[in-house]
Design a protein around this ligand. Structure first.
Ligand code: DOR
Ligand code: ZN
Length: 432
């Protein structure tokens, strides 16, 4: 008698090249096997997964949970609840909290807070430099020992190239990736939207694409020289995509991520949605969107991450210039990825890979697969159900999304966390 049988779904485990109708067996909090539909053993509980995708628990390696210091926007507990609602069983939390996560004590505190919330696993990303100031490296060994999975000053670029080089070397020492927020501030020129026709029409200061691509070029060169693991956050331009493609072809250990807003929206959305479409990097051109999609399809971009960046409605109401950068994404990422699948841009396995094994490899964590003995983190997806994005229904404490009212198809109907079912929309499919 096993604990849980997930019956007859389309099991997608890209880490092992698996895509077939099967049962998933779970016992003692771990996956015990993926077996043919005629081999079902007796189980204490069962989920009828006919018509559903059964995937490894989704991983979002780029979220901002705002605790400590910004609890009016999000807490670790509300962020973890939003994650699970969106189908994510693991999230990696950026260090730009207040105080900054540049201290092993705080890293341990975040882990304890997340464990108390008991929902998605929250993996802390520690700061590269003290206070995100770009000057003095943090203690990578102590932060790694405290549980940091990667290092990033996300939100701020590391402008000094010798500091970035030292960071990559330190990351290599502790076998952790450095995650780059690629933005050359001397080129970004204080822009708040992409430098182009929309910025001109609206009379807003523009941030040119080369502010990103010049920094991606620098960081790829440094990673190659140091032999370190580099991950590029929120890639948004065709030029930066081409640099990453060439670096990977040359054998540089670089992974890269795209956020849903950068593969579904272009700068025109700023004209319609105002500050709700303000984020950094900004929404770009249609050609950039096409390049990001092509890079997801060919594996140049191997990670999809939300860059979930909660902000209070009052802050977003300050208008384009004064509103903070950022949009939430934990509860909209999956349907927006599925738009690419429904449109034939990505196949199901590539889409799921970018949400599971891709981020697991970029972070170097043992997750993102349904292999035997893996911790039983599972996401059950109805790929077809039609719904309309309604921010008032979000578990997140914030509502700042440009996708309100968008008609989408597909959602996470449930997740398993170490075999424990967190049920959102299973109804009669779940028997105990
Ligand atoms: O849009 C963004 N929001 N970009 C960043 O780099 C930081 C983030 C935030 O923390 O709000
Ligand atoms: Zn971010």
């Amino acid at each position: 008698m096993i604990d849980l049988l997930i019956r007859g779904g389309r099991v997608l485990d890209p880490a092992r090249g698996l895509d077939r109708r099967a049962h998933v067996l779970i016992d003692g909090g771990r996956v015990r096997g993926v077996v043919a539909p005629d081999e079902a053993p007796p189980a204490r509980a069962a989920i009828d997964a006919a018509g559903l995708w059964v995937a490894p628990g989704l991983i979002d390696m780029h979220v901002h949970l705002r605790e400590p210091g910004g609890e009016h926007k999000e807490t670790i507990a509300t962020g973890a609840a939003a994650a699970v609602a969106g189908g994510f069983t693991t999230v990696a939390a950026m260090a730009n909290t207040n105080p900054v996560n540049d201290d092993p004590e705080l890293t341990r505190w975040i882990i304890a807070r997340a464990e108390a919330a008991g929902l998605a696993r929250v993996l802390p990303i520690a700061a590269v430099t003290k206070g995100l100031a770009g000057e003095t490296l943090t203690d990578f060994a102590a932060l790694r020992a405290a549980g940091a999975v990667a290092f990033s000053d996300d939100g701020a670029p590391i402008m000094r190239r010798e500091i970035m080089r030292a960071a990559l070397a330190a990351g290599r020492q502790v076998d952790a990736a450095v995650i780059a927020h690629a933005e050359d501030r001397t080129l970004a020129g204080g822009g708040i939207v992409h430098a182009g026709p929309v910025a001109e029409r609206l009379g807003l200061p523009g941030m040119p694409g080369v502010a990103e691509s010049a920094m991606v070029e620098r960081d790829c060169a440094l990673a190659a020289a140091v032999g370190a693991r580099l991950h590029i956050a929120h890639l948004s331009t065709a030029a930066a995509v081409a640099i990453v493609r060439a670096a990977r072809a040359a054998g540089t250990r670089v992974t890269a991520e795209a956020a849903p807003h950068h593969f579904t929206l272009d700068a025109e959305a700023v004209a319609e949605r105002g500050a709700l479409a303000k984020m950094n990097p900004p929404l770009r051109t249609r050609a950039d969107v096409a390049a990001v999609c092509a890079a997801l399809a060919d594996g140049t971009i191997d990670v999809i991450a939300s860059d979930h960046a909660p902000h209070h409605a009052d802050e977003k109401a300050l208008g384009m210039a004064a509103a903070p950068f950022g949009v939430i994404g934990l509860e909209t990422t999956l349907p927006l990825v599925l738009e690419l699948v429904h449109a034939g841009v990505l196949d199901a396995a590539t889409a799921i890979a970018a949400l599971t094994v891709g981020p697991a490899r970029a972070l170097g964590i043992a997750a993102g697969t349904l292999a035997p003995d893996a911790v039983a983190d599972v996401t059950l997806i109805d790929p077809d159900v039609a719904w309309t994005i309604d921010p008032t229904a979000f578990r997140s404490r914030s509502r700042n999304t440009p996708f309100a009212g968008r008609a989408v198809r597909g959602l996470a109907v449930a997740v398993c966390l170490a075999g424990r079912v967190v049920d959102h929309h299973l109804g009669g499919r779940y028997t105990r």
